[in-house]
Design a binder for this molecule. Sequence first.
Ligand code: HEC
Ligand code: HEC
Length: 411
Amino acid sequence: MHYGGASVPHLWRNLTALQVAVLAFVNFSFLFANNTDSKVSTTPAEPYHLNLPKNPFDYEGVMVPEYAKQFDLQGTTHEITNRGATLGRVLFYDKRLSVNGSVSCGTCHRQEFAFSDSRSKSIGFNGREGIRNSMSLVNLRFNPTGKFFWDQRATSLEQQVLMPIEDPNEMGHSITGVRKTLSRDPTYLRLFSEAYGDQSISAERIANALTQFLRSMVSFHSKYDVGISMARDVRLPFPNFTDEENLGKTQFFGRGRCAECHLPQLHGNHGDQPQFAVFQLHEPVVNGIDIDEPGRDQGVGMVTGEKRHIGSFRVSSLRNIELTAPYMHDGRFQTLDQVIEHYNWSVKPHPNLDSRLEDFSANGMALPEVEKVALAAFLKTLTDYEFIKDPKFSDPFVRNENVIAGSAPND
Ligand code: HEC
Ligand code: HEC
């Protein structure tokens, strides 16, 4: 996982002159290819330059469809500015937020995987594996509980975003150290000044900029969204779906009982009501992946110390679920078929098992093969290909890895 400074000299020693020439050519054409965009700096000796548009991307005008607006629980109370979210984007992808300059938020939350990673358990700055699966970051502003992490230990997004920086398994840094590093970089002085009117860099501003970026990450361009806007009623077949996807939708809302947890009634402006947009649990629950035994991750129970919470977990939105494998808090399932098989025959007894799954635990969900396959096909209609390609959420750093490796700040 380390972008090994140590291995670089060996690499160069073993290359022939021709290989070196080819590498140099590739490297320079890469720089020129990017020259059409405006950049903060282009000096090759610098560790990086930023590929930011002259006029910032539009983060303020987040497009939330009508059927989701009333559940936009944090979006309306937390201001997003184009300059603030731009700063957040740069911070999100800056490896100097980790103590040895090796990982950024974007290392474990990759756009191509809907801001999750493809490992069962993420690897931090020191090459060590953490204890849980990375969570996909999508529509966080709709989070009905306002709490974050699998065990909900962060009680706001502002609190959450600073925690990975100081986590000894993730980025291993300190906020004071990060502030010092950023204060020495003229690019950041300019970005902070553009976002907040002056150059001062504080923990609050770092958190605020990161949360502006995260709250702008909204995904409503899936096949499912096209379907709901055409049919207007989730119970009707969607005209843009295949027969298989429509059959899968019926399982999701019917026999599979998936919607009861993953698409819960939400408290909007007019009381609790059915909704078709926010695929996030109302509250953490036990879904029967483990029995209750010593040595198990106790999830929310560890945080609250309450028996009734043992084994319960929050889970990210099911939107883009096709891209966020592996699944569950410890990344134990590699495919959606395995997840469905869990609900089908393997729901385990647990004192806190959610009542909606008790029948499956006793008798199985027992979906026949065709319905099972259709359910997986339905889950894949939640993928938003615009979201994972949108340049405004992409990594703006063009790095010169050789310089970065040698000059990683170590505050
Ligand atoms: C080393 C990998 C790693 C890095 C670096 C990392 N994360 Fe995470 N992130 C994770 C993992 C793993 C989880 C789930 C951890 C848990 O629940 O205990 C997570 C959870 C989250 C969540 C909670 C999502 C939810 O729906 O509850 C947010 C938000 C988040 N990360 C944002 C960030 C930000 C912002 C940064 C950079 C400051 C960052 N992460 C850096 C691996 C990482
Ligand atoms: C009782 C509520 C409940 C029901 C019903 C339910 N789930 Fe879940 N689901 C959860 C919880 C809680 C988790 C996270 C568990 C964990 O990681 O420990 C989860 C996790 C998942 C995940 C993995 C998410 C990720 O990011 O890793 C998928 C996919 C999923 N469920 C799909 C389904 C499908 C499909 C159905 C219907 C057959 C279903 N669920 C029914 C509560 C439920």
